[in-house]
Design a protein around this ligand. Sequence first.
Ligand SMILES: Nc1ncnc2c1ncn2[C@@H]1O[C@H](COP(=O)(O)OP(=O)(O)O)[C@@H](O)[C@H]1O
Ligand SMILES: [Mg+2]
Length: 255
Amino acid sequence: MREILRLEHIQKYYGNVGNITKAIRDISFSVEEGEFTGIMGASGSGKTTLLNCISTIDTVSAGQIYLDGQDVTEISEKDIARFRRENLGFIFQDFNLLDTLTVSENIALALTINKVPAGEIDARVSEIARKLDILSVLDKYPYQISGGQKQRCACARAVVNHPKLILADEPTGALDSHSSRMLLGTISGLNEQMNATILMVTHDAFSASYARRILFLRDGEIFTEIRRGNESRRVFFDKILDVLTMMGGSTDAVS
Ligand SMILES: Nc1ncnc2c1ncn2[C@@H]1O[C@H](COP(=O)(O)OP(=O)(O)O)[C@@H](O)[C@H]1O
Ligand SMILES: [Mg+2]
């Protein structure tokens, strides 16, 4: 297996002397190609900070983050936008589809900006749209399609560029349980059928149970890690609840 992501002793402090928040105290882990990793932890445990440091939206206070061998903490400001477009996919909580673009144009955006030839863009968009069953709505605008189609459009956009890593911060945070299940099914599909490498932050045990491996954060450190192995999602879900109980009184782990 090929290592895609490696974090070495990441620290992230906010504020200044006398008033410091240690959002990340010391975190190290690595992710292999094709892994679907969940990051869990109570509110304030550092999940979003961790994801933002990996995605270069935030900067670390100390430590190294390697994406496919490249130290992302060293990328200069002028190269950052391109680095993200070429290497990362994002699934946002509100999907972030642009209302003035068609579904097809939304999916193709990063490719268009990266000046991929038009013929190749069309081929790639069609291929991913077919896999995610949104071929029939490619020429529609976001307001003309269903919630489930919007989700799949957002997932198509995240994966169309064959990113090295897909990042999602609480993607189901604003969804009802039916919509959450649909989105989690689609995200699992990106992982299982397209071998996408996914890092998904969630404070919710049900959402986390779709991942194959979970890192549990507490106070800016990794408390423990578990893997699903060959177990069912149901059994994994119960294990997640056990860990949360062991970590002490997480009350927001409802399914
Ligand atoms: N921009 C910021 N400035 C100051 N403190 C912050 C900032 N972002 C996060 N924090 C603090 O860092 C800690 C971790 O926050 P966060 O990563 O958002 O946690 P989570 O996503 O797990 O809820 C919290 O104590 C939070 O208040
Ligand atoms: Mg957060």
